[in-house]
Design a binder for this molecule. Structure first.
Ligand SMILES: Cc1cc2nc3c(=O)[nH]c(=O)nc-3n(C[C@H](O)[C@H](O)[C@H](O)COP(=O)(O)OP(=O)(O)OC[C@H]3O[C@@H](n4cnc5c(N)ncnc54)[C@H](O)[C@@H]3O)c2cc1C
Length: 420
């Protein structure tokens, strides 16, 4: 899709910025537009009934009852008032008219915009196996899902998780910490295969098994059986029967691109944007989990699913709307908490040709530094947040330690960085 270069950004007081999607990317876009001096009208529209809130705790502290709902909002109500942002909740945009430059929510009157940011995120992918519609089979993407899951988890006697990705493993850790018997079925040969290298996958298998979680690798789900409409057992592709009264499906997310696709702005893979978050339509930007963007860490444009990327892109889109375009930094960053392990990644390890470790996997504190042709590409860590900060600084500065320096725990990597 062609991406417009140098489109003139509307920023005058009479201009109307509409942002669709009230989460990390959308909220950051409106905040950054204001911070960058956008003086026009701003409307933030979200399909959910709540103002933007934090999603990561939904599979971790919130499920464990350690974080209450009133701690989840990303901004206080006063933020919207003070920044003169019209927040519209419970409104799902169904149509974008690129000629009249309007968006429409269901039966509402079309709303005109001068600048538009599409930040619709992603939804949980559903299972396509017999029994997937039974009561007790759930996904986790938003607060409504999390409320339902928390309630069901309290009553559950055996939990089956389908998918050994971030969501599946975080829910597995939370459920096991609540004393529930948990089985994880992962169709691939290792956990988190798309996101982390084998050494981290292996560490996670050991961690979960030590905490009583049953992990079945190379095992898909053939069917779910129910009684009286409720799920009671799963049939694995290994031929085994797994009794369960709660099934959590964590098999990835699908970008929300319906109305963008209908007007030719997106493919099912996402909304293509350039480094400034511009789409192929003048004055229309996109940010967050629904986008596909070129990235220096990958050979082809990427759709990243993480808070950092959503915020970086939201910031870039908001600044561009205000006429102060700034390219997205594009350094991927992920984190996950499972039991007492904090897993963090910066950069992308895929495509590296050498990995060296620092710290000790046995002690549960180690990092992997990944190199391509001798240059640092990514750092994956378990419980070594300091290495993440250093890795981020190397990648941001385009610098690299040598592999020998990275693997030597006595070598202070900070000495290679410019004084900050
Ligand atoms: C349970 C859970 C745990 C996570 N943990 C982590 C973590 O530890 N670390 C990390 O980096 N990332 C984590 N993530 C991923 C992270 O939350 C996402 O990458 C991030 O929320 C993406 O933000 P976003 O603004 O692009 O989209 P989303 O957060 O998906 O929000 C999109 C919003 O747009 C709304 N919307 C969609 N379509 C429309 C429409 N047509 N009209 C109006 N509104 C619409 C949606 O209802 C939603 O409110 C987690 C995600 C989940 C679900």
């Amino acid at each position: 899709m062609p991406v417009l270069a140098g489109a003139v950004a509307p920023r005058g007081a009479s201009h109307h910025l509409v942002v669709v999607g009230g989460s990390y990317a959308g909220l950051q876009a409106v905040a950054s537009a204001r911070e960058s001096g956008f003086g026009g009208r701003v409307t933030l529209i979200t399909a959910e009934d709540h103002p933007p809130y934090q999603r990561p705790p939904l599979s971790k502290a919130y499920l464990l009852g350690k974080v209450a709902e009133d701690a989840l909002p990303l901004r206080a109500e006063s933020f919207y008032r003070d920044a003169a942002i019209d927040l519209v909740t419970g409104c799902r945009v169904s149509h974008l008219d690129p000629v009249r430059r309007t968006i429409t929510c269901g039966q509402d009157r079309p709303m005109p915009f001068d600048a538009l940011v599409i930040a619709c995120g992603a939804r949980a992918r559903r299972l396509a196996v017999p029994g997937a519609e039974l009561d007790g089979v759930v996904v986790l993407r938003d607060l409504a899902d999390a409320r339902a899951l928390r309630e069901r988890l309290t009553a559950a006697t055996s939990v089956l998780i389908v998918g050994g990705g971030y969501i599946g493993l975080e829910v597995a850790a939370s459920a096991a910490s609540l004393g529930k018997p948990v089985v994880v079925l992962e169709a691939g040969p290792r956990l988190l295969a798309r996101a982390v290298p084998p050494q981290i996958s292996d560490h996670l298998v050991r961690l979960h098994r030590r905490r009583g979680v049953t992990i079945r690798l190379g095992t898909g789900l053939d069917r779910l059986d129910g009684e009286g409409g409720r799920v009671v057992r799963a049939m694995g592709s290994d031929g085994a029967r797994y009794p369960c009264d709660l099934v959590v499906v964590g098999v990835g997310a699908v970008p929300n691109v319906d109305f963008a696709q209908a007007c030719g702005l997106a493919t099912p893979a996402g909304i293509a944007i350039d480094a400034f978050c511009r789409t192929g339509m003048e004055g229309v930007y996109a940010a967050g989990d629904c986008t596909v963007q070129p990235n220096a860490f990958a050979d082809s444009p990427l759709r990243l699913e993480c808070v950092q990327n959503a915020m970086d892109q939201g910031r870039s889109a908001g600044a561009a709307v205000a006429g102060r375009p700034e390219p997205c930094p594009g350094i991927p960053r992920f984190w996950s908490d499972q039991f007492d392990a904090k897993l963090q990644s910066v950069g992308l390890s895929a495509g590296s040709d050498l990995s060296v470790s620092r710290g000790s996997s046995e002690e549960g504190r180690f990092s992997l530094f990944h190199f391509r042709q001798g240059h640092l590409r990514a750092v994956d860590s378990v419980n070594r947040p300091g290495d993440q900060i250093i890795g981020r600084r190397f990648l941001a500065a385009g610098l690299s330690p040598t592999p020998d320096q990275a693997r030597d725990p006595a070598f202070d990597l900070r000495t290679l960085l410019p004084v900050s």
